[in-house]
Design a protein. Sequence first.
Lengths: 844, 169
Amino acid sequence: MEEEEQPEWAVVPEDEYDALNDETFGGTGAEYTWEDPSSLFENVPKGLSDLNGASNGYPKSGVQTMGPTAPTDTGPKETEYYDYDNDNALEESISRLVLDDLEDTEDEEEARKLKLSRLGATSNFNTYFMPPQVASKHLHWLIDKELPGGSSLLGSSVWSMHPTAPDDTSSVHHTPPATVTKPVPPPVANIAIKQHSVRANHVVANNDSSGAGSVGGDSGISKFFGNVPSSTPKNLKAKKPVFKTVEEIEKELLEDGNKADLSSTIDEPSPIINAKPKVLMAEDLERELIQESPMQTPKSLEDNPSGRNPLQALGQFNQVFNTDSPTGQQSQAQITQNQQPTYHGIPTSNAANFGPSANVNFNSMQGGPQGVMNSTAANAAINNFLLMEQQKQLLLVRQGLLPTPPHHGMHPNMLPSGPIPPQLAQSFHHHQQQQQQHLRMLQHMNPHAMRHRMPMMMPLPPVIPQIRPHVHPHAHGFGPAPPMSSGYRKQMMKTDDPYRGLMTEKDKQRLRNIQIIQLQNDHPFTTDYYSLMYKVKLTPGGGDDVQKHQLLSKLYPKRDAENVQRSHYEPARFENSLGKLQAVSALAPKRVIDTFIRVTECRNTSRGGMKAYRYLLLEIEKLYECLLTMEEADIRVAILCNADERDCHRRSQNTEKITKILTNYEKLLSVLSVTKGKMLICRVLPLTDAALRYKVIGNLLDIFPLWGSDDMDKAFPYLRHCILHAEIRDLLTLIGAVTDNNVFESIVMTKLGVSLLTCVYHQAEILLSRCEPMLMEDLESLWTRKSVFGILAVLVKNDEMAEPIEIYPNMLDHIRRFALHSTDYQVLENILQRWASKGIPTRQ
Amino acid sequence: MASGGFGSKNARNTGTPNSSSQSSNHSNAQHELDPTILIGCANLLDEIDKRMLVVLRDGRTLIGILRSVDQFANLILHQAVERIHVGNCYGDIPRGVFLVRGDNVVLLGEIDKEKEESSNLKCVAVDTILAAQREEQEEKTIKELKRSEALKQRGMSYLHDSGINDEMY
């Protein structure tokens, strides 16, 4: 041992472990020291104690049934189930061995007993893999007195999916815990350990008989159980194991179920449950078939042609092995005494599922062994035959000639009616899982491969040629299956379609939501075309055209026959859009940006007309960006308490760019030649300096005929804003531009012009009414000099004057101020009234 | 889409106003209970993972397992074959995975396996069916030419169908 102290729970290094081999694996094992388990675990950390007993997926307690010598106050008694794990079990067994070797107790006998009880307390013998040498020593502890089958190592826990609950000693199969969701496949190691244990049992038998320990010999369980060691406690009944086929188990279950119905008591354990099913993996079966020498085939099988009805074959087969016939009983005995555990899973169960006409009779599973089968060849032949029949059935199912059998072990009619005892349910579950496993294996088996594995003497199932579609030489057809997650695997198990479920529920729900959103409508019965048309169809007579038209007019109110103007096209416009949508159709040809054609004097136009035009458009776009930036900066300055310097800087930069354009007359003209440019200028004006602003407006009024038109009504709010914030001097600047005859005519003839004019007078009246009397005379004289009267007179007398956008009530006051003729006043008043009657809004 | 039809599984309209109102009441009640029930809407989600027959605008017929759709009714067909029918025979050209744009679909419908197996159509090799199709097309062209000639002789102009159409529908 090492010098430094090792904790008791420390794993012994390998060298020392090897050194302990003699003690742990030796024949005498006299140097075993058994400690009081409670003292042993005093210093063990909780984690390791959990590891030893609680983490490896098998019940802790249960081996309290070991015997009277086992201390009753050791170990937890609660039954806890864990998942079975081969590796952990092995590690645990090794760790236990290490722990044992580190213990020193004076009382060896007591220590041994305590150790055994500890083993029982911390583990279930059903899943505790003792080395054969150890097992041979403690054989009597391996025999569970409650289990009629004998050795618990050979009990159902080795074979079954779930470890046996030692408390539930009346059943081979115990109720699986709620936490165990997925079935645990019968591990191959179980079979190996079974072999070891069988040998161990045999060794014990030999030891007991001969007193010498030796390993080896044939695995003869019956032989072993015939030589029960004398050290077995008397209260332990060494019962011989009963091996039964699945049919027998199922039959017993049915009978018990019927009995339960009659007696209405299900407390007593079913005798079927005590039997242990034979389990044989498909691979093992195949191995046997390959290794077996020419076997004795039953006559019933030899006489049968290969292409017979599978149901008939199964019925015939069952008749051979029917319990009613004497030969059947003997055969049953042969089956039950088959030392090779066989698993008849799907074939017989599926045959049962094909209906009562299948004439399936399960062999009874009553009684003990009645004889020993001489050879396993017949059973192998039976298994082989069942495999063949199963393969045939699968082929027929695939071709749709037979219904797909449900994946459960029993025919529904054969299940006992009424409440099913838990043991029965658990056995069903067990069978079901095994059947499913076999079904999966066999489904993926190629029937041709199966044929090759069949022994030559056996009649081969008929190979039904599969009709394959002609594959195009350049076809890229069926690729490999995608990597599947557990969810896909489950889907795959259900059907033959491995790609099922590629579209997840989430995607589907998303589509449904999209449809729902598209269908959301406040007035579905009036605004949904399909709903409307359906309504029309429902009306008696199918609905006439007038009714359809009426309904459709509700649907599209703007598209009445009166309003439809095919020549009029208004493209959709969006706020803050730098461009217009380009809708292409037969009615509205492509229009990029409207251009205003103006006739100008012949001058040296810029070179490259189209290029210049494009450059102009590009410049306008850039100016728009400046405009938007300035507007945004203004908003930020107005809203935020501390205006960001960047906003101010940005604004000032953009203002400079705009100013360059506005101050350049030529540039201004070119920009105003584009509709977008006109709007740009009008929107920019309120953001510029006052001096520049009114100068530009004056220029605008000066060239009003060039840009002023009816479709520029949108620009009025911006110009009105500028005018209403103008001073008298600014107004004088504006009025000065109107005096030109050409300008005046175009102003009077357009809505925008008249609106601007009236707005100017309105503002003038306001300013004049506010100013002091001292200044008023000066302003009035100034205003008079600008021939306001003349303009007003012309305005009044002009019958072709356009209607303004707004009416200002103080227009009359303004005229009265300047003492126009009464007739002019009257005419103007009439005009204003006429405008008001037409619904033109009055601005207060 | 032909698969969806007018009305979902929950809507049963018999055509008469009374029954339709009752059914609409019932369907409305159901709609209130489950907002995901889309009454009166075609829904391709019910056809997922089913073997469908799709007719395209260019006249092609595709048969495949519908794996996925989207809001534009774009389809993903798995193990798709293009089926060419000539007379009583048909041939399948395997195409693998097909992505079909929704606006190219004329109709689609689920294939009844039993009916397909019990149909009188004969499956032939691809080369055979292609040759047959070529012959059929040539015959059609000759027929159209003759027709146009006959109509021309009778003083009517007729633009015969050359048989090559980008869009049949």
